[in-house]
Design a protein around this ligand. Structure first.
Ligand code: FAD
Length: 508
């Protein structure tokens, strides 16, 4: 049942839209997600869910379900091959190369059902599936959306609107917001296949195989060893029939294995960011705000950071506990992070060529195999170096400067109240009086936790007394006296954390 009015309307029930609704629920704000499909995507797409996203998923109660749903294989190796069943060119060993742990390798088609199930248990986070948003109109007081589903067309009004309707966002277009940055970097067919690849993957388990066979190149993403994979087939703008795709994939894999195409869609790589994240009472989030190459696995993760940054601010402003300027800080803080992640993804995509260059020119599979056989020891070392240089695909954490990432995050407790800031202190009881007065003054909760040196990986505290974390775990202030804390809380409610737009640490 679609209401006529709702506090927050979210267009797009992908991972970002649903996470946004679940976060808003934690902060006490009711929302409705509009999703044109059944919200159960068939294709895997994103799969690398980084540690920071997992911390956020923990807050909305789905982290354990995500870890449990990970189908495998073990995410140990990233491998370059001539063909999957052919010559191996080299690998990155993620255990050896110190890639940070705590992430989950769960494809988007298995993640979305977990989020949808969680929405079913939340009264404040609702979803209307099989419902399309046709248009929106904005006014200084809110937004009205025209929706269509099997029951016909209707309008719904909201105080706030979040466009999470993906890379081709129609809502973004309706708001007249342009994307800026490199367009049309490469074209692929993203082919979801059913095939049992156990034989070639079991001894070098990992999610990614780069296939360099010049007659059938591509990236193989192994999602479920025995049955679900994506083969990214470069298309260079050409139309490829299903038969041609099967042929290409067979020659890329090399082994004799039955393949069934479950889904094939054209996909273009961009490295673009929306020129604005906010227009009045409407905000962009996720791929609607930024779209970059999947090299680095940062797209979905950046979107989860977006809504984590926005949700608590929206809740405070909606309840009249902070001024509207706090919402401007969303764009200031998140756009620069998206730009950094777009640049990193593009860099990752470009540096992949180093591996080809280290092998030398080859036009046929036979050439490639001959070259690999004839590599001198220094040339082989050079090739392995080129492969090791690709480690940046997996090491970039893609998070805000100044985010508290102390371990284990769960030990800090998970405040579920939108009013909750956290104060980590060396001597916790010391400021209890002034903190209580501040809580009253700002109608906030400031939860005091003992500071544990081992948790301060970034060294925020060093010689200071206390660190103030915003509800999104962003370090708002590091200091020594309760008087400074008073100013810091007021500043955190007024706008962006200092330095966020320059991409520097926010720690004082
Ligand atoms: C091959 C591949 C691998 C990737 N791997 C990773 C990875 O490992 N890690 C990572 O972080 N990212 C990865 N990405 C990127 C990731 O898939 C996206 O960043 C992510 O899907 C963005 O989520 P979203 O919710 O913003 O948008 P989407 O997932 O696109 O969801 C948007 C939703 O809006 C709905 N919608 C659109 N228009 C309307 C409308 N008018 N009315 C109602 N509903 C509408 C759509 O049906 C859709 O469900 C990968 C992408 C690809 C292609």
């Amino acid at each position: 049942m679609i209401p006529e009015e709702i506090p927050v309307l979210i267009i797009g029930g992908g991972p970002v839209g649903m996470t946004c609704a679940l976060l808003l629920e934690k902060y006490g704000l009711k929302s409705l997600v509009i999703e044109r499909t059944d919200a159960l995507p068939q294709t895997p797409r994103a799969h690398v869910i980084r540690k920071r996203s997992m911390d956020i998923f923990d807050k909305i109660g789905v982290a354990d379900a995500i870890y449990e749903a990970v189908p495998g294989p073990e995410t140990r190796f990233i491998t370059w091959v001539a063909q999957l069943a052919g010559k191996e060119i080299g690998r990155i060993d993620m255990a050896r190369d110190g890639i940070p742990g705590g992430w989950a390798n769960l494809p988007q088609n298995l993640l979305c059902p977990i989020l949808l199930e969680q929405m079913a248990h939340n009264e404040l986070a609702d979803i209307a599936t099989e419902t399309e948003c046709l248009d929106i109109s904005t006014s200084p007081n809110g937004v009205t959306a025209t929706l269509q589903n099997a029951g016909g067309t209707k309008t719904v009004s909201a105080r706030w609107l979040i466009a999470a309707d993906g890379a081709g966002s129609r809502t973004r277009d309706a708001l007249g917001i342009r994307m800026v940055g490199p367009d049309n970097l490469a074209q692929f067919y993203m082919v979801h296949i059913k095939a049992d690849l156990t034989e070639w993957v079991k001894d070098r388990p990992g999610p990614l195989f780069w296939i360099l066979n010049p007659e059938a190149p591509g990236t193989l993403i192994v999602h479920e060893l025995e049955k679900s994979h994506v083969f990214m087939v470069p298309s260079r703008g050409k139309e490829l029939t299903e038969d041609k795709l099967v042929q290409h994939i067979r020659r890329g894999l090399g082994g004799d294995v039955p393949i069934e195409i479950l889904n094939a869609g054209r996909w273009t790589a961009y490295s673009q960011i929306a020129e604005q994240y906010r227009q009045g009472r409407a905000f962009l989030a996720g791929d609607a705000a930024h779209r970059f190459p999947p090299s680095g696995g940062l797209g979905l993760n950046t979107g989860i950071l977006d809504v984590h940054n926005l949700a608590w601010k929206l809740a405070l402003v909606d309840k009249g506990l902070a001024g509207d300027a706090l919402l401007d800080s969303y764009e200031i803080e998140c756009r620069s992070v998206a730009q950094t992640n777009a640049d990193a993804s593009l860099h990752n995509m470009m540096t992949l060529a180093e591996v080809h260059e280290a092998i030398g020119p080859f036009d046929t599979l036979k050439d490639l195999e001959t070259r690999l056989d004839q590599l001198s020891p220094p040339a082989r070392e050079n090739l392995q170096q080129a492969i090791d240089n690709q480690t940046s695909h997996f090491t970039s954490d893609g998070i805000y400067p100044g985010t508290w990432t102390g371990e284990p995050h769960r030990d800090l407790g998970v405040p579920t109240n939108y009013r909750s800031f956290k104060l980590l202190m060396r001597v916790p009881p010391k400021w209890a009086g002034p903190v209580a007065a501040l809580e009253k003054k700002h109608s906030l909760r400031i939860e005091i936790y003992p500071f544990i040196q081992a948790h301060d990986r970034q060294g925020f505290l060093k010689d200071k007394e206390a660190v103030l974390l915003r509800p999104d775990d962003q370090v708002a202030w590091v200091g020594a006296t309760p008087q400074e804390l008073d100013d810091a809380v007021a500043a955190a409610l007024a706008g962006p954390v200092s330095g966020a737009d320059e991409g520097t640490s926010t720690a004082a």
